[in-house]
Design a protein around this ligand. Structure first.
Ligand SMILES: [Zn+2]
Length: 226
């Protein structure tokens, strides 16, 4: 049993890479924002919904509570889980990581950081699009720039209003100020972080991640041979 935390700044491709790992090895890709959104129907959470919708940070104990409960349930059922958006702050990390240490042990928890410069993060974010019909994401990589319609439903491709240079730079700085300190916290707790160069194609990043997941080496060899 493994639990993987995939970290990285905006447009580092962590969601895409988590999807690739999920498909290859059967991990459950835990997208925290989806689980938070599912709770917003409850009227007592109006305040958290407002924060979420306006891009502010939610209360760490509320976020951690949902992550521990929902992802913890999956682990209890024997599912391996990969995270692409948690923990986002040291406060969240302090609350989230022990839930999984208790269940599967420290040695089965892995942290990967996809490194990306601010310049590249902004460039990619400005180039990425979503489809009008179903909001399918079209990454800001060169290989997607020629697309004029959604490959899945043929609908028009548009840019998100949030993908503006000043908003992306602000989010990158927030990542440096609030998420990167998690790495020191983790190192002080005996974890090592696998560093991945994010300034490569999706395929190369994926290859580097697989090469670093030594526990999956045999399966990777098999998957590569197929
Ligand atoms: Zn679409």
């Amino acid at each position: 049993m493994k639990v993987i935390f995939l970290m990285g700044p905006i447009a580092s491709g962590k969601g895409t890479q988590a999807d690739i790992l999920a498909k290859k090895f059967g991990f459950f890709h835990f997208e925290t924002s989806k689980f938070l959104e599912a709770n917003f129907k409850k009227p007592e959470l109006a305040k958290e919904k407002e924060k979420f919708d306006s891009g502010q940070w939610n209360d760490p104990s509320w976020v951690a509570g949902i992550v521990c409960k929902e992802a913890g349930k999956l682990v209890d059922e024997g599912r391996e889980v990969i995270f692409s958006g948690s923990p986002r702050t040291v406060e969240e990390a302090i609350l989230i990581i022990p839930c999984f240490e208790d269940k599967i042990g420290k040695e089965n928890i892995l942290f990967l950081n996809i490194d990306l410069s601010e310049q590249e993060s902004v460039k990619r974010s400005l180039a990425r699009r979503i489809c009008k019909a179903n909001r399918h994401p079209i990454p800001g990589f060169p290989e997607f720039q020629k697309l004029t319609a959604c490959p899945e439903d043929g609908s028009e491709l548009i840019r998100r209003s949030l993908d503006k240079p000043e908003i992306i730079s602000r989010r990158y700085q927030e990542h440096l100020n609030r998420t990167v300190p998690i790495f020191d916290f983790l190192k002080n707790h005996g974890y090592s972080i696998l560093e991945i160069n994010g300034e490569q194609s999706i395929e190369k990043v994926s290859g580097d991640i697989l090469n670093n997941l030594s526990f999956r080496h045999d399966q990777y060899q098999n998957a590569a041979g197929n």
